[in-house]
Design a protein around this ligand. Structure first.
Ligand code: 5GP
Ligand code: ZN
Length: 115
């Protein structure tokens, strides 16, 4: 179920415009508004799950569906040489939007260190 007060739910619903790159019944992918790599895409479930910390037995299929979609998104973006998938969860990880999302970052060689 979507949440009327949530930025990414509004993007999924088309109430806020985005640059969509992929969509199916379970997930929606769009370009990050402030890209941190030549390719920076966000993939979100079509359900208001707050973060990775709220993934449970009854909603984990959204995560599986997202990870099924990621290789085709990466291929369409030309990420032949690899890419990084990140989810920030909670305050210490600096999660700013409280709707589970996976960043796909690529298009250049990234630093080995992740934080
Ligand atoms: P977080 O910091 O929560 O892991 O990531 C949130 C991401 O959402 C950030 O990379 C930020 O640039 C992106 N973002 C925030 N607001 C918008 C928006 O309105 N549209 C798009 N496309 N991305 C957004
Ligand atoms: Zn939401």
């Amino acid at each position: 179920m979507l949440n009327a007060d949530c930025l990414f739910c509004k993007i999924i619903n088309g109430d806020i415009p985005s640059q969509k790159v992929y969509e199916n019944d379970y997930c929606f992918a769009f370009r990050d508004i402030n890209p941190q790599a030549p390719v920076h895409i966000l993939v979100v479930p079509k359900d208001h799950i707050e973060s990775a910390d709220m993934v449970k037995f009854n909603n984990s299929f959204y995560v599986a569906k997202i990870f099924e979609a990621i290789p085709s998104i990466a291929k369409a973006e030309g990420l032949k040489n690899g890419y990084r998938v990140i989810t920030n969860c909670g305050e210490d990880a600096c999660q700013t939007v409280k709707h589970l999302h996976f960043h796909i970052l690529g298009g250049e060689k990234m630093a080995e260190k992740m934080c």
